[in-house]
Design a protein around this ligand. Structure first.
Ligand SMILES: CCCO[C@@H]1O[C@H](CO)[C@@H](O[C@@H]2O[C@H](CO)[C@H](O)[C@H](OCc3cn(Cc4cccc(C#CCN)c4)nn3)[C@H]2O)[C@H](O)[C@H]1NC(C)=O
Length: 132
């Protein structure tokens, strides 16, 4: 089990910065934000080689424990061993994931008005998290 932060109160326009290092033999990792582990605004899941996906970012939402429709992104701006900073923000319509050299959008399907929960799972070593 990776880093889990609960009792947050992140509002639209604010951002969550997760700084860390991708393991050199990473198969995949995930950054989850939402209300709790069963209710996610965004499951941001870069896959180097897992579930049959190679170098593919899979995004999804989760409502009452049920996964929604997957959204596979075209770019994969990650490499094994990279140090990176993942900045997540949102508004009533969408979540934004800002990386040093790429930005991804994902619809705020649940219409969430605040993020209370953050979890980082898999082959990613968290160095720091910042809320601004
Ligand atoms: C083709 C017919 C079948 O279709 C497949 O059906 C699978 C099951 O539904 C989907 O896979 C699920 O997809 C979901 C998003 O939608 C979720 O990512 C979920 O994982 C939750 C989860 C998270 N974590 C923690 C964690 C996270 C990252 C790294 C690690 C590690 C490590 C140590 N190396 C651990 N553990 N499990 C995944 O299982 C596939 O995408 C989908 N594929 C397609 C093409 O459609």
């Amino acid at each position: 089990q990776g880093l889990v932060v609960t009792q947050l109160d992140v509002e639209p326009g604010e951002c969550i910065k997760v700084k860390g290092k991708i393991q050199s033999d990473a198969k995949g990792f995930a950054v989850n934000v939402g209300k709790d582990s069963n209710t996610l605004m965004l499951h941001f899941n870069p896959r180097f080689d897992c579930h049959g996906d190679v170098n593919t970012i899979v995004c999804n939402s989760k409502e009452d424990g049920m996964w929604g429709e997957e959204d596979r992104k075209a770019e994969f701006p990650f490499q094994h061993g990279d140090k990176t900073e993942i900045c997540i923000s949102f508004d009533e319509t969408e979540a934004t994931v800002k990386l040093p050299e790429a930005e991804f959008k994902f619809p705020n399907r649940l219409g969430m008005e605040k993020i209370e929960y953050l979890a980082v799972e898999g082959d990613f070593k968290v160095k720091a998290i910042k809320f601004s």
